[in-house]
Design a protein around this ligand. Structure first.
Ligand SMILES: C[S@@+](CC[C@H](N)C(=O)[O-])C[C@H]1O[C@@H](n2cnc3c(N)ncnc32)[C@H](O)[C@@H]1O
Ligand SMILES: Nc1nc2[nH]cc(C(=O)O)c2c(=O)[nH]1
Ligand code: SF4
Ligand SMILES: [Mg+2]
Length: 209
């Protein structure tokens, strides 16, 4: 990458854009809501079951002017979900400023592994054991979405839930490849522990992006 481009990426004036698409939010609290998704490349958290491993290497995704990303998104929707990769790898200040100035609500999907930048209307925190969230993000989370891949993930989810605010909405979401095995355990767990709700990746059932 050219030095000047790298400097713009460091400032958040450009971002490595993997893909963008207008779809229905499939997961969590805003499931069912039409939203424009911006998927930014780059993640070094390394979840072995990650469903977008193609996003990990930022160098494969072209640095794109943030103004351009903002203007495109605003043509489609006033709800914009920023995901990745791990969006907090980058400075989200200018992206969220532009989206909000254009009248959009800014939502983020994050592992919380890096410090929070940007101004967000909705923060979905999905903590990962391999690289825990930074302490400052827990009180900011609007929803906590814990992925259940095996039985030990229930205990991890409880530990993470003890760190978020009282108003934070708690979700257990089956890891996609083991959903048939884990859904009955999640259903049972939520009935016994009703502070939790079930989240499914409904976009995968609907065959939409
Ligand atoms: C691909 S991640 C990108 C955003 C950020 N890196 C994160 O992990 O929150 C988007 C959401 O999908 C979830 N996710 C990723 N792979 C999954 C899988 N195989 N099954 C279920 N959820 C998955 C993540 O936990 C996260 O909530
Ligand atoms: N429809 C749809 N909803 C989603 N919610 C979170 C997603 C993500 O990959 O961050 C996602 C996604 O990729 N598609
Ligand atoms: S933090 Fe998110 S993008 Fe990164 S590997 Fe894990 S699920 Fe994938
Ligand atoms: Mg996804």
């Amino acid at each position: 990458m050219q030095k000047s481009t790298q400097e713009l990426v460091n400032l958040g004036e450009m971002l490595p854009l993997m893909e963008e698409f207008y779809t229905i939010q499939g997961e969590g609290y805003h499931k069912g809501t039409a939203a424009y998704f911006i998927r930014i490349g780059g993640c070094d958290v390394g979840c072995h079951w990650c469903d977008v491993k193609e996003s990990w290497n930022a160098e494969l995704h072209p640095p794109t002017h943030t103004d351009f990303i903002v203007n495109t998104a605003l043509k489609y929707s006033d709800v914009v979900v920023v995901t990745g990769g791990e969006p907090l790898t980058w400075d989200m200040t200018l992206l969220t400023k532009g989206l909000r100035e254009g009248g959009a609500k800014t939502h983020i999907e994050t592992s919380g592994a890096y410090s929070l930048s940007g101004e967000w209307d909705w923060i979905c925190l999905s903590p990962k054991k391999v690289k825990l969230p930074v302490a400052e993000i827990y009180p900011m989370a609007d929803e906590l979405k814990c992925i259940v891949y095996n039985k030990s993930d229930f205990a991890f989810a409880e530990e993470q839930a003890s760190k978020v605010s009282e108003d934070c909405i708690l979700y257990l979401q089956p890891e996609w490849s083991v959903r048939e095995k884990m859904i009955p355990l999640i259903v049972d767990y939520v009935m016994k522990n009703p502070k939790w709700k079930v989240s499914l990746q409904t976009h995968k059932y609907l065959n939409i992006p």
